[in-house]
Design a protein around this ligand. Sequence first.
Ligand SMILES: [Zn+2]
Ligand SMILES: [Zn+2]
Ligand SMILES: [Zn+2]
Length: 272
Amino acid sequence: MTIHLLGTAAAEGWPAPFCTCDACAASRRAGGWNVRTRSGAIIDSDLKVDFGADTLMQLQRDGRSIETLRTIVFTHEHSDHIIPTELGWMRRPFTNTPPAEPVAIYGNSKVLQLIRAAAQAEGDTGARLHELRPFVAATTSTGDTILPLPADHAEGALVLRISRRGKTLFYGHDSGLYPEPTLDALSDGVVLDVALMDCTNGAMESSNRGHMGVDGVMRMAQELRRRGAITAKTRVVATHFSHNGKALHEELVRLFEPHGIEVAYDAMSITV
Ligand SMILES: [Zn+2]
Ligand SMILES: [Zn+2]
Ligand SMILES: [Zn+2]
C-alpha cells in the first residue's frame, strides 16, 4: 500500500493567504517542505481520502490523475476536507472518460448532505453514497475495510482505520487527543503499519482538544504503543500543520525524531 500525502496543512494552508506572521514569512522564504497545502491523500491509485479545494493543483503538481479512482472516503465536512462541487469534474463534459463504474463515496451524514446539495444544484455525478457510522466497519468494492471512529473535533467527525490487503493505515486527523472509545477500538490486536496524527498546533502551547500539537501526538503515540496498536514496525507520521504552531519543518523534525515520529510534507509517499 502506498499512501501519497497530497497536502499537509491545516485549513488556511501555510503560508496562509492573508497572513504575514513570522511563520508564514519564513515559509515563503524557505519554500520546499515548508510550503503546505490543505490536507488529503491518495492510496495507491484508486482510494482518495478527503477532497478539498487544493486537490486539482496537488494532482497537477505531482503528475497524477485520478481516472482510476473507485472510492472516496471523507473524515468530516470542514471546507479544507471537502468542496462538494469539485466532485462534479467526474461527469461529462468535464471529463471525456467518466468512471466506468460509479465511484463509491463514504462519509458522515453532514458530508453526504453537502454532496447531495451540490448534485442537486449542479448535476448528479453518478457516485454512490454510503453513510459512515462510528464503530461500523464498511467494506468497499475493492475489498478494503474502513473502520470509522469518533474524533475529538467537530460533532460527527471521524478518524479512519483503513485496511487493505493485510496493511493498515490509521488516518488520525482532524482530532484532538483520541476519545477513550476510539483508543479502545484501536486496541483490538490489529497492528498499524502507518499512523497519521493531527499536529495542527505544532509547538504552540495547547490543550490538545479539537486538534493536537507536538506533545499531544507524542502522548497518543505512546498510548497506542502501550495498547499494542503501534509497534516498532509502525510508521508514525505527524501532519495537518498550522502556521500558528510556528515550528518550521526542520524544527518539527528535531522535536519528533528522538521519539521515532516522522514529519509529513506535501507529496510525501509512504509505502508499507
Ligand atoms: Zn482540517
Ligand atoms: Zn501566518
Ligand atoms: Zn476539521
